[in-house]
Design a protein. Structure first.
Length: 197
């Protein structure tokens, strides 16, 4: 008996959620289709009823992860009391985010892997990155659109790079120092930021 459309949609959603989390935790090559299907409570043979290939799953799961990140950023920016960039930097550059790559930013978890992936995935990441930049442009100071754009790019690079470095070191104190230093450099209280206003 064939599964109903509703069941098929539920199964597809389970696979996407699992893949989005596991790819960020283990990398695109770190988990196979069989293991993802088992984790979703489905058989390996059912994979091709949902996706044409692992490449398609990677692109769709990456899109889901990027959408989730943008949604979280929108909430942080919208509820920031004073400085939305500072609020976002503290949220992003937290030990909570560092310890949970599976639910965090795809760019920090898989940025270097993306460079070795097909152009279809790079297109998905480019679109997600542009959305993040638009959000940052709304959060950074600057009198002109060009100034805000440059600052948004620098802020994104700082946050992603800071998270990558914090996750890369074995010294917990150094990891926390990296997160704190990058977050502070993006706050209004930072002397360089004040001078640039």
């Amino acid at each position: 008996m064939k599964a109903s459309r509703k069941k098929m949609a539920e199964h597809r959603e389970k696979i996407l959620l699992s893949a989005a989390r596991r790819f960020r935790e283990r990398g695109f090559a770190g988990i196979g289709v069989a293991e993802l299907m088992k984790e979703a409570g489905l058989t390996h043979g059912g994979f091709y009823g949902h996706f044409e290939s692992k490449e398609e799953l990677i692109a769709l799961a990456s899109q889901r992860a990027l959408d989730d990140t943008a949604g979280q950023w929108e909430k942080v920016i919208a509820t920031a009391q004073d400085d939305p960039l500072e609020a976002l930097a503290k949220y992003y550059l937290s030990t909570h985010h560092r310890e949970r790559p599976g639910s965090g930013c795809l760019l920090a978890a898989l940025g270097s892997d993306v460079s070795r992936q097909p152009s279809s995935l790079k297109a998905v990441v480019t679109s997600g990155l542009r959305r993040c930049l638009r959000l940052l442009e709304s959060a950074v100071p600057g009198k002109t659109e060009d100034t805000r754009r440059r600052r948004a790019i620098a802020a994104l690079a700082s946050m992603v790079g800071g998270m990558v470095l914090a996750r890369s070191v074995s010294d917990p104190a150094l990891s926390r120092e990296i997160l704190r230093s990058v977050a502070e450099s993006l706050s209004r209280g930072d002397a360089n930021t004040k001078a640039a206003r």
